[in-house]
Design a protein around this ligand. Structure first.
Ligand code: PMP
Length: 347
């Protein structure tokens, strides 16, 4: 079933067989991969594990995603790029995204010469299911991307809505759950993969796990999609120090959980603070580690904060988000400085 959806050149691809993927036993002397016999630090002279096995075992332990359903990308961004290249034919196919959402789905599609069909969210920033279903029928996208919690709105979509789209979509549905760890009582689409192998879920260690610099994205999918992803990805896509950083973060799950709680408490606090500001026009309830709010002059607030040494994101160029600013939840000290600056703004 997945085979029929693939680009034909990917279906027929003979993957590169790296030295480290050909040999899987234990040995004392490795003279197979043309590495240096010595390096700057221990193990850095060796190529990293192409399968990220230890990291995936830790993911199963800490996050509960079965080992045989996961693969690791150089950030979820690499996974998004590869999925588009696996399934969508340049100059012919399209992908579908909700608008506004995370920007790289569209950018990677454009880099690959793949069209993008935008389906606007409803006025309440929910998925417009009817519009998505008719766009699927009409445009036949090879991949539908759904981001929940959505960036930049912070909105979680009900799993039932996501599955209505995924089940009606004959193509692949990618559910990007990058911010799921911050959401209250979150229902992941991972549970639906067994019944619908066209669903692929993205998670990342860049947000709640505090490892953005290591570039570790997780693809959770059916064995069919896993198999093709492993064929199409660069052989050594995740550096050894990054795999180790991810393993360390996952083994420190206690601190991750504490940090999630602190972030959520600060999010609640920021929401009430923003609501009480005299110039705030709207605060968007968020289930992520950021918060969007509307002011009379977002460009003015953006440059004022910049003058005070605080960088936020002006999201005003997005449809329906005129005059909105997105603020990432920072440390206690950072939030105190932000709040002080916000209360002193002469709007
Ligand atoms: N998905 C969403 C929704 C994001 O907001 C981001 C980063 N801002 C990513 C994916 C990229 O994550 P990664 O660092 O794993 O590439």
């Amino acid at each position: 079933m997945i085979d029929e959806l693939l680009n034909p050149w990917i279906r027929d691809l003979v993957p590169y067989s790296s030295a480290r993927s050909e040999f899987s036993g234990s040995a004392e002397i490795f003279l197979d991969a043309n590495e240096s016999w010595e390096g700057e630090s221990p193990e850095i002279n060796r190529y990293p594990d192409p399968f990220c096995r230890t990291l995936r075992m830790e993911i199963e332990r800490a996050m509960g995603f079965p080992f045989n359903m996961t693969a690791i990308g150089n950030g979820s961004d690499e996974i998004i790029d590869l999925l588009i290249r696996m399934f969508a034919c340049p100059g012919k196919d399209c992908i579908m995204v909700e608008r506004p959402t995370y920007g790289t789905y569209s950018v990677f599609a454009s880099v690959s010469g793949v069209d993008v069909v935008d389906v606007p969210l409803t006025a309440s920033l929910d998925l417009d299911i009817d519009a998505m279903l008719s766009a699927i029928r009409e445009k036949k996208p090879k991949i539908v991307f759904i981001c929940s919690p959505n960036n930049p709105t912070g909105r979680v979509y009900p799993l039932s809505s996501i599955l209505r789209v995924a089940d009606a979509n004959p193509g692949i549905t990618v559910v990007d759950e990058a911010y799921a760890d911050f959401a209250d009582g979150f229902s992941s689409a991972v549970s639906a993969i067994e019944d619908n192998p066209r669903i692929a879920v993205l998670r990342t260690l860049s947000k709640a796990f505090g490892a953005a610099g290591a570039r570790l994205g997780i693809l959770i999918s059916s064995p069919e999609v896993q198999k093709v992803f492993m064929k199409a990805k660069p052989p050594y896509n995740v550096p050894f120090p990054s795999q180790q950083a991810g393993i360390d973060a996952l083994r420190n799950i206690g601190r991750v959980r504490e940090r999630i709680k602190e972030t959520r408490d600060r999010r609640t606090d920021l929401a009430s603070f923003l609501s009480a500001l005299p110039y705030t026009m709207e605060v968007f309830p968020s289930e992520a580690n950021f918060m969007l709010f509307r002011v009379p002059d977002a460009a003015g607030l953006y440059s004022y904060l910049l003058d005070r040494g605080i960088v936020v994101r002006n999201r005003s160029s997005e449809p329906m988000l005129e005059n909105t600013i997105r603020i990432t939840i920072g440390s206690e000290e950072e939030m105190a400085k932000l709040k002080e600056a916000l209360s002193e703004w002469n709007y």
